[in-house]
Design a protein around this ligand. Structure first.
Ligand SMILES: [Zn+2]
Length: 97
């Protein structure tokens, strides 16, 4: 992502018709864009959302679409995935008693 950002900057800079002001605005816009794109959940974020995620999953909702960043993190992080599975199992167990 950072490399793409630099590429865009290099593409913008040589354009002489851009005023200093508008290119500063473009930089700001691109930085915001880059930050949004790079947004990833930390283990703490996932920990705070995992209950909701599991509830949604159990209701048969499309969690991958509704909480894609949680799903993405679970795919990448073994620790959080274990927590997710444990919670899911605990809820299922609760239902049988
Ligand atoms: Zn994690």
């Amino acid at each position: 992502m950072k490399r793409l950002f630099e590429k865009i900057m290099n593409w913008i800079r040589p354009k002489k018709n851009l005023s200093a002001n508008s290119s500063a605005m473009t930089v700001q816009l691109l930085q915001t864009l880059a930050m949004t794109k790079e947004e990833e959940y930390s283990c703490d974020d996932v920990h705070n959302l995992i209950d909701e995620y599991v509830e949604m999953k159990r209701r048969g909702e499309d969690v991958e679409k509704l909480m894609p960043l949680v799903k993405y993190h679970l795919d990448m992080c073994r620790g959080c995935f274990d927590e997710y599975e444990a919670l899911l199992a605990a809820l299922e167990f609760e239902e049988t008693i």
